[in-house]
Design a protein around this ligand. Structure first.
Ligand SMILES: Nc1ncnc2c1ncn2[C@@H]1O[C@H](COP(=O)(O)OP(=O)(O)OP(=O)(O)O)[C@@H](O)[C@H]1O
Length: 244
């Protein structure tokens, strides 16, 4: 049963160890409806592993990953609850954007009528019948986001959605994410680029070496650091030790 009194997303004491060591340790944070939470941290900090646990793609060694109070795997119609963009590289280049979305809609048992709606939502109607091989990176990101929106979810989970976007693409993404959250949606997005997140997020969760080292409203982080978020971030994550 979907429990709307629980946070839209909640990581509780998540831990995951790989052969190389602990990737995620004691990670807890909520994402509430109406909020955009930026999951920040240098390469290898554990952001993707955390996101994959929240989406039921990686089993935690301990802890719980909850969507409205339930593990993702127990959602009866997960694609109508959570839309995820993990990697915009997995698109079939020979298909058009519309064909890709039709296949995804059929797989997700979503009515084909949603395809035109999500194409319009990501401003890709005009390019919908061109092959994806001719799409720019920004257009591929839009198709990935459109795919995530097919089930009309109220939660979006976006892993590095800004990767490779130009300033216009970034502005578009910011506006879409803001509108989604202002409409009551919950958004978790990860990035290793502070400036990407600082222009979108309401709250920031900073990870370093598998652990959460800060979890606070963005405005509080700015107030406490004379507006110098970069200094705060680098102090917490260790300047110059970005890659593990
Ligand atoms: N399937 C896996 N097998 C072994 N080690 C893994 C696996 N997935 C992640 N790791 C390791 O876990 C750690 C955390 O990786 P993760 O991808 O979660 O970090 P990240 O913060 O998302 O980094 P990036 O910003 O580079 O994507 C890294 O040391 C990584 O090498």
């Amino acid at each position: 049963m979907t429990n709307f009194t629980s946070p839209a997303i909640e990581a509780r004491d998540l831990r995951k160890q790989f052969a190389g060591g602990a990737a995620v340790e004691d990670v807890s944070f909520p994402v509430s409806s109406g909020r955009v939470v930026g999951l920040l941290g240098p390469n290898g900090a554990g952001k993707t592993t955390t996101i994959r646990m929240l989406l039921g793609l990686v089993a935690p060694d301990s802890g719980t990953a909850l969507i409205h109070g339930n593990p993702y795997a127990e959602l009866t119609d997960p694609l109508s609850v959570v839309g995820a963009v993990l990697d915009a590289g997995g698109l079939h280049p020979g298909r058009s954007g519309r064909q890709h979305l039709r296949v995804a809609a059929a797989q997700a048992r979503v009515g084909a009528g949603r395809v035109d709606k999500v194409l319009a939502e990501v401003d890709l109607t005009a390019a919908a019948d061109r092959p994806i091989s001719g799409y720019s990176l920004g257009m591929r990101q839009r198709i990935a986001i459109a795919t995530a929106l097919l089930g009309a979810p109220r939660i979006l989970v976006l892993d590095e959605p800004a990767n490779g976007l130009d300033p216009a693409g970034m502005r578009w993404l910011r506006q879409r994410i803001r509108a989604f959250a202002d409409g009551g949606g919950a958004v978790l997005l990860s990035s290793h680029v502070l400036s990407d997140v600082s222009q979108i997020a309401d709250d920031i969760v900073i990870m370093q070496a598998g652990r959460v080292v800060a979890d606070l409203p963005l405005a509080d982080a700015l107030d406490a650091n004379d507006g110098d978020l970069e200094r705060f971030y680098l102090e917490l994550t260790g300047a110059g030790s970005a890659v593990r």
